[in-house]
Design a protein around this ligand. Sequence first.
Ligand code: C5P
Length: 237
Amino acid sequence: MEKREELYAGKAKSVFRTDDPERFVLVFRDDTSAFDGEKKEQLNRKGMVNNRFNAFIMDKLEAAGVPTHHEGLLSATESLVKKLDMIPVECVVRNVSAGSLCRRLGVEEGLELNPPTYELFLKNDALHDPMVNESLAVSFNWATEAELTRMKELTYKVNGVLKNLFDEAGMLLVDYKLEFGRSGDEIVLGDEFSPDGCRIWDKETRKKMDKDRFRQGLGNVIETYEEVGRRIGINFD
Ligand code: C5P
């Protein structure tokens, strides 16, 4: 496999073509951004930590029957992935209230949500990722009803696997965002799962162990990502 030209550079990752038209290289960079790119910083080792974290989680999900685009690690900061036709809708599950849910509904942070909530957001930086619903997604042809049903089913399946994984390691999976794409007739999990795209708290102390450390200027961002990883069994050496 040969890495070719850069196809797309996102805020924290870049996608490169390969000599195989069905496979891309995903490069996890140290760039970190929040608030639609308003706050930006380079965090040393973040690319490596998130690449390893994501590979570990994607392997767990694949083993639990969730189809993912992840094919394997290529280097400390690079992974090989399947090419997907991405669906421009983000799927968010919340087990505990935090973030935009609290701002939108005026509820306090830290309420257990049972059953967990499920929300859809349009992936659009210029519009600040507005909340949408299945009706809008179908009418605007972002996805079919069957695709949306499968995305919801897979998003909840991920919740079952990961809530348990973090719980057993003394942590609370507060919420997370997933993105899906099409590979032939199949709906496949794309993008990444890392502390950049979810909220994780220590069960006992409720210490924030995710990107809120960066958003809220709490410090020790990458050291804490590594602590989360080590607790679930990832070796970063
Ligand atoms: O901001 P909000 O509370 O809606 O985010 C819910 C979850 O989805 C958080 O874990 C956040 O990190 C993640 N998210 C994300 N990328 C976005 C929007 C939300 O990773 N564009």
